[in-house]
Design a protein around this ligand. Structure first.
Ligand code: UDP
Length: 411
């Protein structure tokens, strides 16, 4: 395992965004938890929602007086092929799990378990399926173990769920974005429902200066006044980027100047990304009004921020989804959203209020059209989206729920 580094962040900088009562409760809990030793373990420090959240949550936990480390498992690429299959199967895809798959999975868990010392931490939070098996091979001593699932396991492939569930018996608590993701028969007693959140001060979400905006738009290859729609997501079949292209093509007949930005990063634990990226380029063909961009073209947080700000609509046409941080990110920028009616998207997108929930390409076309045609509706929806994020999806609420869970477990 490798240690991941985080920047320093201060809770006080976040206090202006949060309700006074919430800030007081964070301070109360912090006083009791000072010095608590916490370890987060996941599969990557870059790319996707988990890394995004840990880069803010961990610095803020530290600022609250906890001693927090972040470790990332080491594994060969064959393991990440397998863990991506597990991820897909746990979200419902057909697949079968061979003895060889199990041997590979368990050998990586066993190898990484060597880095664990008994009682080095009071609480260990293990994120997602990739490191879920560590407690079966490591001696964590008396520390409390938490499994944090970021995926939609409400209707999983049963074989993969049964295999995962055996490992879950080692945990003291489970955190799910929605309680309904924890299937009946789950072998963890304590289940917590904690939705993810965004960092209003990160480069991804903070206000941008005119100069930053101009430079970012240049990189994205779009003008400030152009009608642009955007999807930001890993190149993953569940995110349905081709469906977004289909919707764009129909919209383009009516809105001839329309442009589509498809921004996707390659996460180091996601081997499917390259294949989907290449297929997507072929699918888009020679239409220069569709831009398929990634971190490899220097598209980073500020460019994503600018794209979410400048877009008339931000789409997240997922077919399965854990949460979709991209919705809250766009909503925080007062941009209306159109999202697949799956997973955590309906938590954030209230149909007809701050955007629309859709279940097909046709609905995506229809709902996006309504927003594109009606700037005052777009403005109203943008304002409502911002209020929803301010109330429910900022990092301060998330931090508070984690501290509360830590207090519960160490009582
Ligand atoms: N993201 C990014 N650049 C990309 C693609 C994604 O910065 O090219 C970020 C996105 O802004 C969001 C996170 O990665 O913060 C994706 O989280 P989400 O919950 O939407 O999906 P996940 O990848 O966890 O399934």
């Amino acid at each position: 395992m490798k240690t991941a580094q985080v920047m320093k962040k201060k809770l006080i900088d976040y206090e202006p965004f949060a309700e006074k009562r919430l800030v007081e409760r964070i301070h109360e809990l912090s006083r009791n938890l000072r010095g608590l030793r916490v370890l987060h373990i996941n599969a990557t420090s870059f790319g996707g929602g988990v890394a995004e959240i840990l880069h803010t949550l961990i610095p803020l936990m530290k600022d609250c007086g906890l001693k927090v480390d972040w470790k990332v498992i080491d594994a060969p690429s064959t393991f990440f092929d397998l863990s991506k299959r597990m991820h897909n199967a746990l979200q419902g895809k057909e697949d079968s799990l061979s003895d060889e798959d199990k041997r590979l999975f368990e050998s990586v868990e066993e190898e990484n378990a060597r880095f664990i010392e008994p009682d080095e931490y009071d609480i260990v939070v293990i994120h997602d399926p990739q490191p879920v098996g560590l407690p079966a091979f490591a001696d964590f001593g008396n520390c409390k173990l938490v499994w944090r699932s970021h995926i939609d396991t409400s209707s999983p492939n049963q074989t993969f769920w049964n295999y995962l569930n055996l490992f879950l018996s080692h945990y003291d608590a489970g955190i799910f974005t929605l309680k309904s993701y924890a299937k009946d028969g789950i072998l963890i007693d304590k289940i917590y429902e904690i939705p993810p959140s965004i960092d209003p001060l990160s480069n991804k979400n903070r206000e941008l200066s005119d100069a930053e905006m101009e430079q970012a738009l240049k990189k994205l290859g779009i003008g400030k006044e152009e009608p642009v729609i955007t999807q930001v997501s890993r190149f993953d079949p569940w995110k349905d980027p081709m469906g977004v292209v289909d919707a764009y093509r129909q919209l383009k007949r009516k809105f001839v100047d329309l442009k589509l930005l498809l921004i996707g990063s390659m996460a180091s634990d996601d081997p499917e990304g390259w294949k989907i990226y290449e297929d997507l380029l072929r699918y888009v063909g020679m239409d220069y009004d569709v831009k398929v961009l990634s971190n490899f073209q220097g598209i980073g947080d500020i460019e994503v921020n600018a794209a979410q700000r400048v877009s008339k609509v931000v789409i997240q046409k997922s077919l399965r989804e854990g949460f979709a941080l991209t919705m809250s990110e766009a909503m925080w920028k007062k941009t209306p959203v159109v999202g697949g009616n799956v997973g955590g998207i309906p938590l954030q997108v209230h149909h007809g209020v701050n955007g629309y929930l859709v279940e097909s390409v046709e609905e995506t076309v229809e709902c996006t059209r309504r927003i594109l045609e009606n700037p005052s509706l777009a403005e109203e929806m943008g304002a409502k989206g911002f209020e929803i994020v301010k109330k429910d999806f900022l990092i301060t609420r998330h931090l508070y729920q984690y501290l509360q869970l830590f207090a519960d477990l160490t009582e």
